[in-house]
Write a protein of this length. Structure first.
Lengths: 187, 478
């Protein structure tokens, strides 16, 4: 077993465990920290794929800036909104998983679907053979920049409109007090 | 440089829409409470200008702008339908926006951005353009669903739509990443040959196709991905509901046609069966559930689910006939359904409720509106001399030509079932006395124009043969 396979297995396990804890943690601050773990592990996968720039950006922007914003949002919320069920915090991992699967929200169903997906994927990929090795030259920042302004110019520009729509939507839906309060906020 | 400028003309209509949206957003902040009228006019002008600028788009069937978009007949036809639909939504919804104090600048800006996203989906030549176009349409739609800020139903609609939509986007993206993994290409033109050459295990293709159908089925409101529809259609501001029922559905249909018929055409015998089942289940479930509704917006929600089922018949046929029959039905359905929603908005803005009893005696209170709604319902049923009749006829013909006789028969049976719930409203309008507490309904100029446009188009598409030949020109074959 090559070192690459071991490294990938470790990263994949970290990502899976982290994503599970993001949704299963009773405390939202814990969810945020596990999300950071997932993001850093994904950066590791990018590194293995020789995408150094993407890995660095992933750590800086997602694990850094976006996580900071999420933590700020949690800290600025009221305590009663973020405090979880205290009895759930002492549950072990096995007990937590068992409860999630047996909950009245049909926890077994998505678990079964995910298992089926995994079986299909493994069966199918086994027949595909090994993927081609990535090219020798690793992708540089200049390559990424050039691709964004040539090959992916149109999707890149649409993405800016997507961000605009998201910002407008977020502001108009969360400024609860109506236009008067928004004007008052300036003073 | 000139070549690039010429290629940029292909996305000129979308640039116009985004620019108009930005101006609307800023202008509304200056006009404050006087914004409703002028900004609605600006948005209508933006949609009309986008529609006109389609005439400037240079002809050509190959991908342009680095392989991102395509200006073929299909993209021009679908974009024309979408932008004309946006114009009717703006005109028909202006009164509602003013009356229920929907934030003006944000509403028109998001609407125009969403329409631009739909336009990008219709002309996408690679998976990336298609996906970001879908996200633009989706994110703007989620926000629009919650724009009646003081109404808990509207908040609930936005939240439900957002969570369900985020999951379905992830599912779709996962499916697209499988397609990319199997072929190593994002280009729709190279997708089919690459899939055929890859020798991938059929299970992998099944998985990719299932995930993509699940993600886009959500946007089209196909059963079993429809669970969000009744609550979101009921809770969202009615102009937004009108937009969702035609804009999202039309863009998703265009994307499905491009992805499957254009991208995976050689493998048609592998995926048509999914769409045949999906179409059958969707139209039957939608029609039967609509029979049970007491709220007009929920009823129209289930009705639009059934209509999505009819549209999917074109994909199930998996032929060129099926493609143009589907986009022709989209044309017919867009004007018909928007017309019906314009009448519903007029009744609502006049102070009526949304339950079916609010339509009691509408024929006395406003003969024009009652007559218009009757025509729209007849077209939705598929009555002769309306747009819906030829739409359904073409779809049934395409299904029969592809050997799907059972689906053709089911489509006809479903049209008969749908008479049940449309007739309930018509009976209320014509045979019941108006209750004493129901207000008279008067139409504003813009809503009158929107109703008239929808009415004329519903009849014209049903009578004039030119529309059929336009739709036939919208073929996806190179």
């Amino acid at each position: 077993m090559s070192l690459q396979v071991v490294a990938f297995a470790v990263l994949a396990a970290l990502i899976l465990y982290g994503s599970y804890k993001v949704v299963a943690s009773p405390l939202i601050t814990h969810s945020a920290l596990f999300l950071a773990l997932v993001l850093v592990s994904v950066a590791g996968v990018f590194l293995m794929l020789d995408a150094v720039f993407l890995a660095v950006v992933q750590v800086l922007v997602y694990a850094g800036a976006v996580m900071a914003v999420i933590i700020f949002a949690i800290m600025l919320s009221e305590q009663r909104e973020i405090g979880g069920d205290p009895s759930a915090q002492r549950m072990g991992f096995g007990e937590e998983l068992r409860r999630a699967l047996r909950s009245r929200h049909w926890g077994l169903l998505p678990a079964a679907a995910a298992a089926l997906l995994a079986v299909l994927a493994i069966a199918g990929i086994g027949r595909l053979g090994a993927p081609a090795a990535p090219g020798a030259a690793s992708t540089s920042v200049a390559d990424v920049g050039r691709a964004l302004l040539t090959d992916y110019l149109v999707p890149f520009e649409i993405a800016s409109a997507v961000l605009l729509a998201a910002v407008i939507g977020a502001i108009v839906l969360t400024a609860r007090e109506g236009s008067d309060a928004r004007d008052g906020g300036r003073s | 440089m000139n070549a690039l400028g010429n290629e940029l003309l292909v996305i000129l209509p979308e640039m116009v829409l985004v620019a108009a949206g930005l101006v609307a957003l800023v202008w509304a902040q200056f006009l404050k409470e006087r914004a409703a009228g002028p900004v609605a006019g600006l948005a209508a002008a933006g949609a009309a200008l986008a529609l006109l600028s389609l005439l400037l788009v240079p002809d050509g069937t190959g991908p342009v702008l680095f392989g991102a978009v395509k200006a073929d007949g299909f993209s021009l036809f679908v974009r024309a339908v979408l932008y004309a639909g946006a114009l009717v939504v703006v005109l028909g919804g202006a009164g509602y926006v003013r009356k229920f104090q929907v934030p003006v600048g944000e509403f028109y800006c998001l609407l125009l951005l969403a329409i631009a996203g739909g336009g990008f989906m219709a002309q996408a030549a690679n998976l990336l353009t298609f996906y970001v176009g879908l996200e633009l349409l989706s994110l703007a739609s989620y926000a629009m669903a919650g724009l009646r800020l003081d109404d808990p139903d509207s908040n609930e609609a936005a939240l439900k739509y957002f969570f369900n939509g985020a999951v379905s986007s992830a599912v779709l993206l996962f499916g697209l990443s499988w397609l990319f993994g199997l072929t190593g290409t994002l280009s729709l033109a190279e997708l089919g040959p690459a899939l055929a050459a890859s020798g991938a295990h059929p299970a992998l293709l099944v998985m990719a196709v299932t995930l993509v159908i699940g993600g886009l089925g959500f946007k089209m409101a196909a059963v079993p991905f429809h669970l969000w529809v009744p609550d979101v259609y009921q809770g969202a501001p009615t102009p937004v509901t009108a937009f969702l029922s035609v804009g999202s559905k039309g863009a998703a249909l265009a994307a499905l046609l491009r992805l499957f018929y254009e991208g995976m055409g050689p493998l048609a015998d592998r995926w048509t069966v999914y769409f045949a089942i999906l179409a059958a289940v969707t139209m039957t479930w939608g029609n039967v559930s609509a029979l049970l509704q007491r709220n007009i917006k929920r009823m129209m929600g289930y009705s639009s689910i059934a209509q999505a089922g009819y549209l999917l018949v074109g994909l199930a046929a998996g032929s060129d006939h099926g493609v143009w029959a589907a986009v022709f039905y989209l044309l017919a359905y867009t004007f018909t359904n928007l017309g019906a929603f314009t009448v519903i908005m007029a009744v609502r803005s006049a102070g009526g409720g949304l339950d079916l009893d609010s339509f009691s005696g509408l024929a006395r209170r406003s003969p024009f509106l009652a007559g218009a709604l009757l025509v729209f319902f007849l077209s939705l049923i598929g009555f002769p001399f309306t747009a819906g009749f030829f739409g359904k006829l073409n779809l049934i013909g395409a299904a029969v030509n592809s050997g799907l006789v059972w689906l053709a028969v089911l489509t006809a049976i479903n049209s008969v079932i749908s008479v049940g719930y449309y007739y309930g409203v018509v009976r209320n309008m014509y045979l019941r006395e108006p209750g004493a507490d129901l207000p008279a309904v008067s139409l504003e100029g813009s809503a009158r124009l929107a109703t008239a446009v929808a009415l004329v188009m519903t009849l014209a598409v049903g009578i004039l043969p030119q529309f059929v030949s336009w739709a036939q020109a919208a073929s996806l074959l190179p």
